[in-house]
Design a protein around this ligand. Structure first.
Ligand SMILES: C[S@@+](CC[C@H](N)C(=O)[O-])C[C@H]1O[C@@H](n2cnc3c(N)ncnc32)[C@H](O)[C@@H]1O
Length: 230
């Protein structure tokens, strides 16, 4: 739970987690209302309830501490509430999860732990921590995959991709400056000018009459278009 007496100096950053995928085939589990091509290139914003972070199940990843927290849970909280270079305090450090998360994410830390055995484990683990980076930005990994990033870092880490419609438009784009004959539309604003003016050479079908009048109607007809009764 986050609580503040005043918004001044309070930090709260939105977090993104990877889109949920099928464990077998790897495809996305949500179709985002048929707008998959508009999905964020990394993942969706996380909500208030986090179901993607689980307790530590394997003894190989567990210290001799009864309530050790998963490192990527603390990393998400640190990312969410601090900037690189900030100071993180955990007055009940246990085997050091908070301090390890802070160090990996480029934050300073202070930890207090009453039990010398837990303190010893924390210090040994802290000595081995390396920065948790991706493309020069701090992110949280779990089992080799990025688990959490801050939304404000997302643009730099995962540049937005073109949607299918934008890709199509880009592929068909012509250079308006090269194509447009400004003498024919001098009054039009540049942004509203058509990129390419159709001509009988470039679009012959466009200039052909759709329903040419039958020859019988036009022969000898006064207006020459078969619109009269003659
Ligand atoms: C819930 S555990 C923290 C576990 C930690 N988050 C982790 O992931 O390892 C709380 C810790 O606070 C320590 N503790 C309890 N009373 C304390 C006190 N007065 N001063 C410092 N540490 C204390 C306990 O020894 C215990 O390791």
């Amino acid at each position: 739970m986050f609580y503040t007496k005043s918004a001044k100096g309070f930090k709260f950053y939105e977090i993104r987690a990877p889109h949920k995928r099928c464990r077998v085939c790897g495809s996305h589990l949500k179709d985002y209302g048929g707008k998959k091509d508009q999905m964020h290139p990394f993942g969706a914003l996380v909500g208030d309830v986090w179901t993607d972070i689980h307790r530590i199940r394997h003894n190989t990843r567990r210290d001799e501490h009864p309530c050790q927290l998963p490192i990527h849970l603390l990393e998400r909280i640190v990312l969410m509430s601090t900037d690189p270079g900030d100071l993180v305090l955990d007055p009940f450090l246990g085997t050091g999860t908070t301090a390890i998360a802070a160090k990996a994410l480029g934050r300073h830390y202070i930890g207090l732990e009453i039990d010398p055995f837990y303190k010893q484990i924390a210090e040994a683990k802290l000595a081995r921590v390396t920065p948790s980076l991706y493309r020069g930005g701090y992110v949280s990994y779990y089992l080799g995959n990025i688990q959490s990033i801050r939304d404000i870092d997302a643009k730099a880490l995962f540049p937005p991709q073109l949607t299918a419609t934008e890709k199509k438009r880009k592929a068909n784009a012509v250079d308006p400056a090269a194509e447009f004959d400004s003498t024919s539309h001098p009054g039009l604003k540049k942004s509203r000018r058509p990129a390419r003016m159709p001509s009988a050479e470039t679009h012959p079908a466009f200039f052909e009459p759709r329903n040419p009048p039958p020859a019988a109607y036009t022969n000898g007809c006064a207006d020459g278009q078969g619109l009269c009764d003659c």
